[in-house]
Write a protein of this length. Structure first.
Length: 150
């Protein structure tokens, strides 16, 4: 059984995140989405709301599970018996950070990181832009996975 975690803040979970998970399912048997909650940064959506939105997105996909965690990401991976971390890469801006974290995780535990390039049609989508639009009262349904309502 090949199991990966897909960790992130997901504030909110976007169609870009959704696409990475669906594509990951073509080579992982199971993906555990981990909502990281240990950061000092304040989020717009509560953990419960983020859990609910992600569960809605994958309600017909039994190979995707969702949990919140407040430990180190590799400890979360070990706790759910995952050997891989799945991440998405939008641009060179994401690259250095992802490389450093992936190196640290592999050195600490042997857990490998698998990176997928975003589909170009989603490369401009980010949780930050979604939150900005919400703050101006705009509809962000195009940024969200199908079936997900705010
Ligand atoms: P973090 O705070 O850990 O960066 P995010 O919720 O911002 O968490 O992102 C989680 C993962 O999803 C990261 O690997 C990020 O690069 C990736 N990601 C974010 N937006 C997109 C997108 N539009 N397309 C593909 N991957 C994305």
């Amino acid at each position: 059984m090949k199991r990966a975690i897909f960790p992130g803040t997901f504030d909110p979970f976007t169609i870009g995140h959704y696409s990475i998970v669906l594509r990951g399912l073509s080579f992982f048997d199971e993906i555990v989405i981990g909502i990281g909650t240990n950061q000092a940064k304040k989020t717009l959506f509560s953990v419960d709301k983020r859990l609910e939105m992600i569960q809605q997105a994958f309600e017909h996909e039994p190979r995707v599970k969702v949990f919140a965690y407040n430990s180190l990401t590799v400890d979360f991976a070990l706790s759910v018996d995952a050997d891989f971390v799945l991440r998405g890469l939008r641009s060179v801006g994401d690259f250095e950070y992802e490389r450093t974290v992936a190196d640290a995780n592999r050195t600490l535990t042997g857990i490998e990181t698998v990176i997928l390039f975003t589909e170009s049609k989603y490369s401009y989508i980010s949780s930050t832009v979604a939150r900005d639009l919400i703050s101006y009262g705009k509809d962000i349904s195009k940024f969200l996975p199908p079936n997900v309502k705010l």
